[in-house]
Design a protein around this ligand. Structure first.
Ligand SMILES: Cc1ncc(COP(=O)(O)O)c(C=O)c1O
Length: 404
C-alpha cells in the first residue's frame, strides 16, 4: 500500500494547493532527488572520467553508479547497455541516425506515436529511401490499441526496425510490446521501444520484453529535466555510430586514427549533465523504494476513477481504451469548447494543471481523434482520489455552465 500522504510531503509545491495533473508532460521532483543533486554541487563538484583527484573520482563513481542503478531498474544485462542521454528524443535520434540504412530497408511504426518516435523515421524515409509502414490501431481506432496481427501483416524480411511506444502519450493505451518484439525478431528486425510513458508508471523489464533499443526521459519519473536513457542491447553497440564524437568517447586517438570506446560512453560526448544524471539515479532509488508494483496499483484506481467520472459527464467525450488497457492518461473534450479554454479555466477557477493541444502527436490527433486537440489529464502516484474528485467536479461545472 502506498502512503500517499507521506510521499506528498516530498513535493512541497503540492502544499500550495495546486492539483498537478500534467504528469505525462513532466512529473514533479521530490526533495530527496533535489538533495542528491545539491550534494554533487556542494560536496564533489568536478568533471567525470577525467581526473585522478578525489572530487573527480567521487563524481565519476556517482555518475557510473547511475548506469548500474538504471540497469537494475530495467533488468538490463549490464550497465554497459545504458547510455545516459538528455531525454527520450535524444535517445531515439541516437539510434535512428546511428544505425546504417540502405535504400529499400523498411521501418514499421504506428499512427499513435509521439513526434519524437515518428519524425526521425519520416526523415529517413525522405532522405535515405527507407520505406516507412505505419500501423493503425484496431477498430474502434480511437481506442488506440495496437493489434500484433496488424504487425504480422507488414513486418517482413526487409524490415530493419520496428519502432513503437509502450504507452501512448495521448490515449494512455498500453501496447503489446512483447508480442510485437517477437514478430520483429522472427524477421530479423530490431525493435525500439519508446518507453517515455511506461518506465515512470510500471515495472519495465527489458529481458522480458526482449527489445533491442529502449528510450525514456528522467523528467517524467521524478528526475530532473535534461536526464534520460537510451538502452542498447550489448551486441548492437557496435552497430550504432555515435551522433557526436570527441572528449570522453574514445579508447585511443592518433593523428590519423581514432578508436571509439567499446562501452556506452562512446555515445556520451563532452562533459555530460552530471548533476542531472545523479538526480536520475536518485529518482530510480526513490521509485524502487516506493515499488513500481505499489505505484501501478495506486494508479489503477485513479485511472478507473478518472475514466468513469469523465464518462458520466454529459457533453464530455473521453478518448482511449477502457481502464484495464490504459494508464491514468485521460484525454477528453467538452462539447463545443476549445481545449485550451477548458485547460485555462481549470487552472484559473480550480487550481488544476492539465495539458491541452495535440500533445506532439499530430497524426493521431488529426487522423484518429479527428479534433484540433484535446484536454489531457494525467496522474502520478502522488495524486489522490480527492484530487481526482476536485478535477471531476471542476469539469462538470465547466460542462454545465460553459458548454452550449
Ligand atoms: C511517448 C513519448 N515519447 C517521447 C516523448 C518525448 O520526450 P522528451 O521531450 O523528454 O524527449 C514524450 C514526451 O511527452 C512521450 O510522451
Amino acid at each position: 500500500m502506498l502512503n500517499v500522504e507521506g510521499l506528498r510531503r516530498d513535493f512541497p509545491i503540492l502544499e500550495t494547493g495546486i492539483v498537478y495533473l500534467d504528469n505525462a508532460a513532466s512529473s514533479l521532483t521530490p526533495e530527496p532527488v533535489l538533495e542528491k543533486m545539491l550534494e554533487f554541487y556542494r560536496e564533489y563538484r568536478a568533471n567525470v572520467e577525467r581526473g585522478v583527484h578525489r572530487l573527480s573520482q567521487k563524481a565519476s563513481e556517482e555518475y557510473e553508479g547511475v548506469r548500474k542503478r538504471v540497469a537494475e531498474f530495467l533488468n538490463a544485462k549490464t550497465a554497459f547497455e545504458i547510455i545516459l542521454a538528455r531525454n527520450t528524443t535524444e535517445g531515439i535520434n541516437i539510434a535512428a541516425n546511428g544505425l546504417k540504412w540502405s535504400k529499400g530497408d523498411k521501418i514499421v511504426t504506428s499512427m499513435i506515436e509521439h513526434h519524437s518516435n515518428f519524425l526521425p523515421w519520416l526523415r529517413l524515409k525522405n532522405c535515405c529511401g527507407v520505406d516507412l509502414e505505419i500501423v493503425k490501431p484496431k477498430d474502434p481506432a480511437v481506442d488506440g490499441l495496437l493489434d500484433p496481427a496488424d504487425f504480422e501483416k507488414v513486418v517482413d524480411d526487409r524490415t530493419k526496425l520496428v519502432a513503437i511506444s509502450h504507452i501512448s502519450n495521448v490515449l494512455g493505451a498500453i501496447a503489446p510490446v512483447r508480442e510485437i518484439a517477437e514478430i520483429a525478431h522472427e524477421h530479423g528486425a530490431y525493435i525500439l521501444i519508446d518507453a517515455a510513458q511506461s518506465v515512470p508508471h510500471m515495472k519495465v523489464d527489458i529481458q522480458n520484453i526482449r527489445c533491442d533499443f529502449l528510450a525514456f526521459s528522467g523528467h517524467k519519473m521524478c528526475a530532473p529535466t535534461g536526464s534520460g536513457v537510451l538502452y542498447i542491447r550489448e551486441e548492437l553497440i557496435d552497430e550504432v555510430e555515435p551522433l557526436y564524437i570527441g572528449g570522453g568517447t574514445i579508447a585511443d586517438v592518433s593523428v590519423d586514427h581514432y578508436e571509439l570506446s567499446p562501452s556506452s560512453t562512446r555515445f556520451e560526448a563532452g562533459t555530460p549533465a552530471i548533476a542531472e544524471a545523479i538526480g536520475l539515479g536518485a529518482a530510480t532509488d526513490y521509485l524502487r523504494k516506493i515499488s513500481m508494483e505499489n505505484i501501478e496499483k495506486h494508479e489503477e484506481k485513479l485511472t478507473k476513477q478518472m475514466y468513469e467520472g469523465l464518462s458520466e459527464i454529459s457533453k464530455v467525450e473521453v478518448y482511449g481504451p477502457k481502464p484495464r488497457d490504459r494508464i491514468a492518461i485521460m484525454p477528453f473534450n467538452v462539447e463545443n469548447l476549445n481545449h485550451h479554454d477548458v485547460a485555462l479555466t481549470l487552472d484559473v477557477s480550480a487550481n488544476i494543471m492539465v495539458r491541452s493541444g495535440h500533445h506532439c502527436a499530430l497524426p493521431l490527433t488529426k487522423d484518429i481523434i479527428r479534433k484540433p486537440g484535446t484536454v489531457r489529464s494525467s496522474a502520478y502516484f502522488y495524486n489522490t482520489a480527492d484530487e481526482i474528485d476536485r478535477f471531476l467536479f471542476a469539469v462538470r461545472e465547466i460542462a454545465s455552465k460553459l458548454a452550449k
